[in-house]
Every structure is written in C-alpha cells, then in structure tokens.
Design a protein. Structure first.
Length: 248
C-alpha cells in the first residue's frame, strides 16, 4: 500500500523547492510546490530519487499543510532521516522552515528546503518593512481572493490544472468580483471559496495571522495599509491578482 497523506494535507499555497547540494555545491533545485506531497526514496517512481548508502525504497515524504506550512515525515526508513543532523522520529510530521538542511541515511548529499512558510521571515524584506511606516511589530489577519493568469510563477491551481488567461483577463475578473462584493451581491468568504485560485479557498480565503516578511511585499504592504474590515482594490503579486480583506 502506498503512502497515504494525513487528512490535513493540502495543495501548497506558497512557493517552495528543494536544493540538492554535494561538497558545498548546488547540484539542482527541484520545485516542490505543485503537488500535495512529494516522496523521497531510491525507487525510481518516487518524486525525488535518493542515491548513496542508507536510502530506503520509500524513505520520507514532504507534505504541505492546509495552513500553508510544510512538514517532513520519515516513513520508517532503515537508516533514518535527519534535520540539521538530528534524526527525526518515524511517522511524526516535523515542521520545515526556510533553509532547513535535510539528510537521508548516510548520503553525502544535503537537501535544503527553500520556502515561504508561515513560520519563517524573509530577512531582507523584514528589514525593509522595519524602515517603512507599517505597523511592523503587529501581526495582521486577512482573507484574499486570488485570480491567476498564465504569467504567474505557478500557472495552475485546484480550480484550473492549467491557467491560460492573460493578466488583463485576470484583472477583469477581479474587477467583476470587486463589483459583486461592493454592491452586496456576494459576501467575501462565499465568493472566495468558489472563485479563489488559492488553496485557502476551502477556508473562505482566510490566510490566518502573519507578520512582516511572511508574504510577498506587495501583498504585505496592501494588507497593512487597510483598516480592519476594509477591502483592497486589485493587488498584483507573482502569484496573480488579489482582492484582500483585512479581518484583524
């Protein structure tokens, strides 16, 4: 029987990848932000094939959580899975944060997780935010409705396996949704749950709480500029075009 993901597993909502490093040199960068989970192992059918001593047939799984976080699960491997040189317990999800180093068994390869997780802050953007007039010490909470277009960094979603619309067409849809919301024809959570291309649609667009440096800069700045209960106009990021509702 193959790997069965936990009930909280969900399509990723943030960009992430695995860097493969040997002898201090990056050998490859593998995107891990398309599917709900990715398998590591020596079997050629796994998503990331491991080589070298100690690799089990199906060694570990990287699983994306519905809240946006990512976890690594050791699948009872013979020689273990290590995060920052510490062996993690089998079958127990272990949180991954940006720049986490992973090794499998006695392999000489290191695997570095790169990702925008809810628990990590991108230092450069956080520094910029500190110098701005945002409320940088305060966390906020927001919901959003995302429409993707073909030029975004990942032109696929739970709603559309392959997004083909233009940026202009995405903006037109956002304007349509904005009009429905401002006229009272629809409420934000209901509209987001049916129309948003983000996996947060299952929560009515709710992204939970976040602070400076945890979202893409245009999204962050637009959210902090809103008062609680206010909705933004169209906001453009590398993910697509958003409407943002600040909720706390």
């Amino acid at each position: 029987m193959g790997f069965q993901p936990p009930p909280w597993a969900s399509q990723p909502s943030r960009v992430s990848s695995i860097e493969v490093v040997q002898d201090g040199r990056k050998q490859a960068s593998i995107p891990v932000d398309i599917k709900v989970f990715y398998l590591f192992g020596r079997e050629p059918t796994t998503d990331i094939v491991l080589s070298g001593p100690g690799a089990s047939r199906t060694h570990a799984a990287l699983v994306h959580h519905e809240d946006g976080k990512s976890y690594l699960i050791d699948l009872q491997s013979t020689h273990g899975t290590f995060i920052r040189d510490r062996r993690i317990p089998p079958n127990k999800p272990t949180l991954l944060t940006d720049s986490t180093t992973i090794t499998f068994g006695a392999s000489q390869h290191k695997y570095i997780f790169r990702g925008e997780t809810t628990g990590s802050k991108r230092k450069a953007e956080a520094a910029i935010a500190t110098d701005s007039n945002m409320q940088q010490k305060q966390t906020v909470r927001a919901s959003h409705l995302l429409v993707k277009h073909r030029d975004v960094r990942r032109p696929s979603s739970w709603k559309e396996p392959q997004v083909t619309r233009s940026k202009e067409e995405a903006l037109a849809k956002i304007h349509q949704f904005q009009q429905q919301l401002t006229s009272g024809q629809a409420d934000f959570a209901s509209l987001a749950s049916h129309e948003s291309h983000c996996s947060s649609a299952k929560r009515g667009g709710d992204l939970g709480e976040f602070g400076p440096g945890q979202m893409q800069k245009p999204f962050e700045e637009a959210t902090y500029a809103l008062k609680v209960g206010e909705m933004s106009g169209p906001v453009f990021t590398d993910s697509g075009v958003h409407l943002i509702l600040r909720t706390a």
